[in-house]
Design a protein around this ligand. Structure first.
Ligand code: NAI
Ligand code: MG
Length: 351
């Protein structure tokens, strides 16, 4: 079962994580053909974007670094391929440099709706809303749309997208339960304030979870939930969030276990999935060779599972765990002095 994987190393420091991660993947000697593109800085404007789209269409999955804008057309991986569920595991293991006194046992997954909310990127000057004659629920008066210098952003929450991401979260909670997990879904949004958008999200998630009697359900207003993530992370299992809160809180959750260098993700649709670290392109450490490749490697592990290489995924996970348990070859974000390459070499040794 030969598979084809597009590799987009991304921008700034991201390619310095992708290089070692790809070396590890090659060392697994799987029947995967890697279709590699250069870092964003080397892209030929316009041309490369078309080639990338074609390659993505002809592939089984994509492993992506992170972009600060030079790698373009990435929206295609999300909106073009309909990858609506962004799965972000938050799992501490021995050797991770958590700021918590007792990080043992932190093991939850954020499922972030990936296609709508404020991320549709629809912004406009406020007067564009004048023809709609909208009311403000807060002031009880018609919305004043006369300030030409004010800007709006459109937040869309649809029942259809919420329902499918909620089902995805429930199925994930069922799988985790079968493997000894808590069987619990937690939903959070600002539904007290945003009754029609976040209120819809909350209602649809609650209704969806009710269709899975084996699962328990909790919901929290998002400001309180941010506190809960920090104070009682051990109680969480599968957390389902709208796009913006999911983006913000997954960086916070990464901080719990030891930072962005350790936080992987996968974006799943009905017919395609791609994988990328939670972090961005880390421009502040560009060129230093010290970016932690773990997040990219754990994303690659998720990709291997998705592609059906489960035993290779397990081998990769065990090798990463071993390197952390030994603690001799860690990158500076984890208190070590190893470069990204040296870390990658240690993982290959551990395989
Ligand atoms: P960032 O995640 O790139 O970096 C935040 C901090 O964490 C920096 O100090 C960075 O050095 C550190 N960091 C991140 N990943 C690390 C790793 N693997 N190992 C060690 N340290 C790591 O977020 P920032 O600085 O807010 O954004 C930088 C650029 O990335 C922006 O242009 C932003 O738009 C873009 N970005 C792209 C994303 C994507 O393509 N999926 C996601 C998030 C941000
Ligand atoms: Mg983010």
């Amino acid at each position: 079962m030969s598979k084809k994987v597009v590799v987009l190393p991304g921008d700034d420091a991201a390619p310095e994580a992708m290089g070692p991660a790809l070396a590890v993947l090659r060392a697994l000697e799987l029947d995967i053909q890697f279709v590699e593109f250069p870092p964003g800085e080397q892209w030929v404007k316009g041309e490369t974007v078309v080639q990338v789209r074609r390659a993505i269409d002809a592939s089984d999955s994509t492993l992506f670094g992170a972009t600060s804008g030079k790698t373009q057309g990435i929206g295609y991986l999300r909106w073009g391929k309909g990858t609506y569920a962004n799965v972000r595991p938050v799992s501490w293991q021995q050797g991770y440099r958590s700021p918590l006194a007792r990080p043992e046992g932190i093991d939850f997954v954020i499922v972030r709706e990936n296609l709508e909310d404020l991320y549709l990127g629809v912004e406009a000057p406020l007067p564009a809303l004048a023809p709609a004659h909208l009311m403000s629920a807060s002031t009880g008066k018609p919305l004043d749309t006369t300030d030409e210098h004010a800007q709006i952003a459109v937040k869309v929450i649809s029942e259809k997208n919420t329902r499918r991401v909620a089902h995805f979260a429930c199925q994930l909670a069922m799988q985790r339960k079968a493997a000894g997990g808590k069987g619990k879904v937690t939903c959070s949004a600002k539904y007290n304030m945003l009754r029609h958008t976040d209120g819809l999200f909350r209602r649809v998630v609650e209704e969806t979870v009710a269709g899975y009697p084996e699962l328990s359900y909790q919901q929290f207003i998002v400001d309180d939930f941010a506190r809960r993530i920090v104070q009682t992370p051990h109680e969480l299992d599968v957390v389902v969030l709208p796009n913006l809160y999911g983006d913000i809180l997954s960086d916070a959750a990464a901080g719990l276990i030891g930072g962005l260098g350790l936080a992987p993700s996968g974006c799943y649709g009905d017919t395609y999935a791609y994988f990328e670290a939670v972090h961005g392109s880390a421009p502040d450490i560009k060129g230093l060779g010290i970016i932690n490749p773990t997040a990219t490697l754990l994303s690659a592990e998720m990709m291997l599972s998705y592609l059906g290489f489960s035993s290779a995924a397990n081998r990769l996970h065990a090798a990463i765990s071993k390197v952390y348990a030994q603690g001799r070859t860690l990158t500076p974000d984890q208190g070590g002095r190893a470069s990204a390459r040296e870390f990658g070499a240690a993982v290959i040794d551990a395989l």
